[in-house]
Design a protein around this ligand. Structure first.
Ligand code: NDP
Length: 331
């Protein structure tokens, strides 16, 4: 079945790499709770591959706050049944393809967000495992020059940044304030606003030690929230992108007729909330910016965390102090 023997590896080696076992290692929980509910399962079932899906051998996975909120039971009403293997973000290698898959083959290096709608019936078997099954349409080819660790940190964050800016009507010549500029989503919102949309001015907030980082990411104005309240400054913006949960203050600094997109917390009009949707073609459209280096993945320097340290990685993510993405690799 292996048709993907590449020039760089012998057919025997590739065939061996494509062999899929019946069971795999996976992190899973069978009750909602804090990070201590996570258990390493030595022989979980490798997920079946649907007609429109591929099986990905996971090389790296990234954590998102949604994984922690889901694990805590916040989305129980619309969650898939327990036990759950968490993880939305994946980067890895295709090892098996479903019958209707046309654009991917064994051996392809891919990345993506594995569930189309993260809160409505997300996959029971996620990316914190040796294998995960994903619809072809949710995946993109891994950008050249971007390694698996960097790629794993991108999907949820860059799709959220891109869709949020789009829904807020971001366009060339507009100004934007990114609340939470040093986090997974904010670090990409700053870069996309500047590099993809051609923002006239990008401002962003973070604590003192991360102010230089905001400037390196492309912020024209870096606001240290430990020293200044952004809503007490004179500047107003066409778009406010709130990745912190400060919707009440965010609406005070938007220009009349402008937009306030809020990712979490209370929403005050004219602010609006949206939930990211997975989409491989958006990732493909962004690939050139990643390949040219105009947009750079930001991986938290505390990581990548090895697969054995998933509980520690979650605890770190849940401090709310991560710089860019918390990535798990190798898996
Ligand atoms: P992260 O865990 O990556 O964010 C951590 C960052 O937040 C840190 O760098 C921290 O910087 C910064 N931060 C915390 N408090 C403040 C503050 N008061 N002002 C400025 N910065 C602050 O999270 P993500 O970026 O992945 O996600 C952000 C939020 O968006 C989460 O609540 C997440 O659930 C939500 N989200 C929602 C989505 C949707 O579809 N609606 C999709 C993706 C995320 P410092 O240490 O300097 O405080």
């Amino acid at each position: 079945r292996c048709v993907a023997a590449s020039a760089s590896s012998s057919p025997a080696a590739t065939a061996a790499a494509m062999e899929v076992p019946a069971t795999m290692k996976a992190w899973a929980y069978d009750a909602y709770g804090d990070a201590s509910v996570l258990k390493l399962v030595e022989a979980a079932a490798v997920p079946a591959v649907g007609e429109d899906q591929v099986l990905v051998r996971v090389v790296a996975a990234a954590l998102n706050p949604v994984d922690a909120k889901r694990r805590a039971g916040k989305f129980q009403a619309t969650d898939s049944p327990l036990p759950t293997v968490p993880g939305y973000d994946v980067a890895g290698v295709v090892v098996k393809v479903g019958g209707q898959v046309e654009g991917l083959k064994e051996g392809d290096e891919v990345y993506g967000m594995i569930s189309e709608k993260p809160l409505e019936g997300p996959k029971q078997s996620g990316s914190l495992a040796e294998y995960t099954a994903v619809e072809e349409k949710l995946l993109a080819r891994k950008p050249k020059g971007i390694d698996f660790v960097q790629a794993a940190g991108l999907p949820v964050a860059i799709l959220t940044a891109s869709q949020g800016l789009e829904k807020a009507g971001m366009a060339a010549g507009k100004s934007v304030l990114v609340l939470g500029g040093a986090g997974g989503v904010g670090s990409l919102a700053i870069q996309l606003a500047k590099q993809v949309y051609g923002a006239s001015k990008v401002a962003a907030t973070a604590s003192t030690k991360k102010i230089e980082l905001l400037k390196r990411l492309g912020a024209d104005v870096a606001i240290d929230y430990t020293k200044e309240n952004f809503d007490e400054l004179p500047d107003k913006y066409d778009v406010v992108f709130d990745a912190v949960g400060q919707g009440d203050k965010a609406v005070k600094v938007v220009k009349e007729g402008g937009s306030v997109v809020v990712l979490t917390g209370a929403v005050t009009p004219p602010g609006f909330r949206f939930v990211v949707t997975s989409n491989g073609s958006t990732l493909e459209e962004l690939n050139p910016y990643l390949e040219s280096g105009k947009v750079k993945p930001l991986v938290d320097p505390q990581g990548p965390f090895p697969f054995s340290k998933v509980v520690e990685a979650f605890s770190y993510l849940e401090t709310g102090r991560a710089t860019g993405k918390v990535v798990i690799s190798p898996i």
